[in-house]
Design a protein around this ligand. Structure first.
Ligand SMILES: Cc1cc2nc3c(=O)[nH]c(=O)nc-3n(C[C@H](O)[C@H](O)[C@H](O)COP(=O)(O)O)c2cc1C
Length: 167
């Protein structure tokens, strides 16, 4: 079967996971922008690692135009954890509106304040400010992570060991 790994990233987290997964499985690895229409249309199965911004995985709509085949596993890389069910459901709904049959496996990424654009910095500052007003037990894991990035400059939730369990 002609399987390969594609990744779409802004700041590198999805690339770290995609590289490790491709290495382990011995699959070809391509950055989204480098994959040709022929590469994509000619594949039987794609493992897609895409960063999450505002609940959406980067680049999925474009992928749909080139790969109407639904044999796809999507790995959304974001800061929400498995405890943040509503956040994960939002990401999942957005993926399923494009690829209804995709398998979805959530992964956690990282946030480095220095890498962010000014508007992105403002967004995370606002989220952190709102989160600080909440009682600890009411905070989502994504909010705790964002607070940490704002206060300490970065937060790293990347866990490559999670890939061990994926077959
Ligand atoms: C402006 C902004 C919006 C984000 N929105 C979400 C989100 O909706 N859900 C989520 O889980 N993570 C969100 N994140 C966290 C990113 O998904 C996380 O930092 C991820 O590791 C980025 O991937 P990349 O390094 O491959 O670009 C957001 C981060 C920023 C800066």
């Amino acid at each position: 079967m002609n399987s390969f790994v594609l990744y779409a990233t802004k700041k590198g987290s999805s690339e770290i996971y995609a590289k490790e997964f491709a290495r382990k499985k011995n699959y070809r690895l391509l950055k989204r922008e480098q994959a040709s229409t022929e590469d994509i249309a000619g594949s039987d199965k794609i493992y897609y690692f895409g960063s999450v911004y505002a609940g959406k995985v980067l680049g999925l709509e474009k992928l749909k135009r080139e790969f109407p085949n639904n044999n796809l596993t999507v790995f959304p890389v974001g800061l929400s954890s498995n405890n943040d069910q509503e956040k994960l459901a939002e990401i999942q709904d957005n993926i399923m509106s494009v690829f209804p049959q995709a398998e979805i496996i959530h992964l956690r990424g990282r946030l480095i304040k220095e890498q962010l654009s000014l508007p992105e910095k403002l967004i995370i500052k606002m989220i952190s400010k709102a989160s600080k007003k909440k009682a600890t037990e009411d905070k989502l894991d994504i909010e705790k992570a964002i607070e940490q990035a704002v206060d300490n400059g970065s937060v790293d939730c990347i866990d490559l060991a999670v890939l061990e369990d994926i077959h």
